[in-house]
Design a protein around this ligand. Structure first.
Ligand code: GDP
Length: 440
């Protein structure tokens, strides 16, 4: 029986609305036929051709366009791909799309081009996710992280672990299945030592303080301090200074107000929390509890206090360390000028004085935390799979019987395979038969 041919899909690759140019992309075996039908003939591979597009049925001219032709498998999806670069008006796009539909092509589902690229081994799942992140990146740091992931560095890290695990598994299974063969006697001890090393590496990668995920979703900076210190005023200043990111932020509550901004290329979510003050009021108490929880969870904290009440700065002592910045506010009031304790950034949330210094200090600290070369874990999906792999490796180390140890190694390997989307028993067989000449 002949394998089922995939159908040919098409979709606009550019955003809807009026623009100079819109790109309509095609992928699948009928792409070449559709291009020839609209453009007269196929352009040479990977070169742009200027053409008059015509409706193949009526002969009517549709647009003056560029056409590109990427024969598979050397294309983004691995299939025959074509692009029409047309004028970006609704009428042109609609006319070309309608003509393509009449050629028997199907409108692509969301993500279908990338899905085909994955199915044709052009990308692993980690890279496919990077494509989505790159398209959604709003700040420089997010763009860089997504690009690193698309380059395959994160996927390589996971594939490397997966390969090592597979090898361990193959060795252990060989020791179990072929006890009479001439295998090195220390094989089980070596597998255990390497399992422990791998578990330690994965655990280290997991203990990254969620930096990659935070970079993707926004780095949390909590603004805390006593009531009336000027926290809301500071948030307003910061929001006004920097271009607000447009993505909607979930979780804005009565007690915690969030503003997302692009600070020196980093996506920051500032959270203005309710004042930290003990009170008998139940609602205020709840606000306080949330403020403390938010401050604990945040990457950095701005502890704001009135420069005229330097004793208030002691409240920051509950979050010691370089990730709590002291902010002495209201220095526009003459009486407050010489109040702030050493180490505090002095500013006025009313006049804006000192705000640029605060932004610069924050940017330096954030760059220290985030500007690292090692690929970071970027998604909760990867974290869950890595955690289950690390758990399985630990169980394998604790198990008595080699059969149980092998089973846990297999589970760990499956978990890693879920990240990249490449877990197959065939892989295991390949390793077993490549490493050992057991069949003679
Ligand atoms: P929050 O309770 O900490 O959020 O404090 P607010 O931002 O609501 O400010 C409390 C009061 O202090 C308001 O009346 C503000 O106008 C005032 N305020 C805030 N920042 C400054 C400042 O830098 N200088 C002066 N003079 N007043 C300020």
């Amino acid at each position: 029986m002949e394998a089922l041919q995939p159908d040919t899909i098409y979709a606009p690759a550019t955003a809807a609305g009026r623009a100079a140019i819109a790109i309509i992309r095609l992928s699948g075996p009928a792409s070449g036929h559709a291009v020839a039908a609209l453009a007269g003939k196929l352009p040479p591979p990977r070169a742009a051709r200027h053409v008059r597009l015509r409706d193949p049925d009526s002969g009517e001219e549709l647009d003056d366009a560029l056409v590109l032709w990427f024969p598979g498998p050397h294309s983004v999806t691995g299939e025959d791909v074509a692009e029409f670069h047309v004028h970006g008006s609704r009428a042109v796009i609609a006319a070309v799309m309608a003509a393509l539909g009449r050629q028997g092509l199907r409108l692509a589902a969301p993500g279908e081009f990338t899905r085909r690229a994955f199915l044709n081994d052009k990308l692993d799942l980690v890279q496919a996710e990077a494509v989505a992140d790159l398209a959604a990146a709003e700040t420089e740091a997010q763009r860089r992280q997504a690009l690193r992931q698309l380059d395959g560095r994160l996927g390589e890290l996971y594939c490397g672990w997966s390969d090592r695990l597979l090898r361990l598994l193959a060795h252990l299974e060989a020791a179990i299945d072929f006890p009479d063969e001439d295998l090195p006697p220390e094989i089980e001890a070596r597998v255990a030592a390497e399992t422990a090393a791998l578990a330690a590496e994965i655990t280290r990668h997991l203990a990254d303080g969620h930096r990659g995920e935070r970079l993707r979703d926004g780095i949390a900076v909590a603004i805390v301090g006593p009531p009336n210190a000027g926290k809301s005023s500071l948030l307003n200043q910061l929001a006004r200074r920097e271009a607000a990111i447009t993505s909607p932020i979930a979780g804005t509550t009565r007690d915690v107000i969030e503003v997302a901004i692009d600070l020196a290329g980093y996506p920051i979510v500032f959270a203005d929390t309710a004042g930290l003050r003990d009170s008998g009021d139940v609602i205020e108490e709840e606000g306080r509890r949330r403020a403390v929880a938010r401050a604990e969870a945040a990457e950095l904290r701005l502890f704001v206090f009135d420069a005229g009440c330097p004793a208030d700065a002691q409240g920051a002592a509950q979050w010691p360390g370089p990730d709590t910045l002291l902010v002495a506010n209201k220095i526009d009031l003459a009486a407050h000028r010489d109040g702030p304790p050493p180490g505090a950034l002095a500013l006025s949330a009313l006049t804006g004085e000192g705000i640029p210094d605060l932004i610069a200090t924050l940017a330096v600290r954030i760059a220290e935390i985030y500007d690292i070369a090692a690929p970071l874990l970027t998604r909760a999906r990867h974290r869950a799979a890595l955690e289950s792999a690390a758990d399985a490796l630990q169980r394998s180390l604790d198990a008595d019987l080699p059969e149980l140890r092998a089973e846990d190694l297999r589970l760990a390997w499956r978990s890693l395979g879920h990240i990249t989307g490449r877990a197959d028993v065939e892989d295991l067989l390949d390793v077993i038969f490549a490493d050992f000449c057991l069949g003679k």
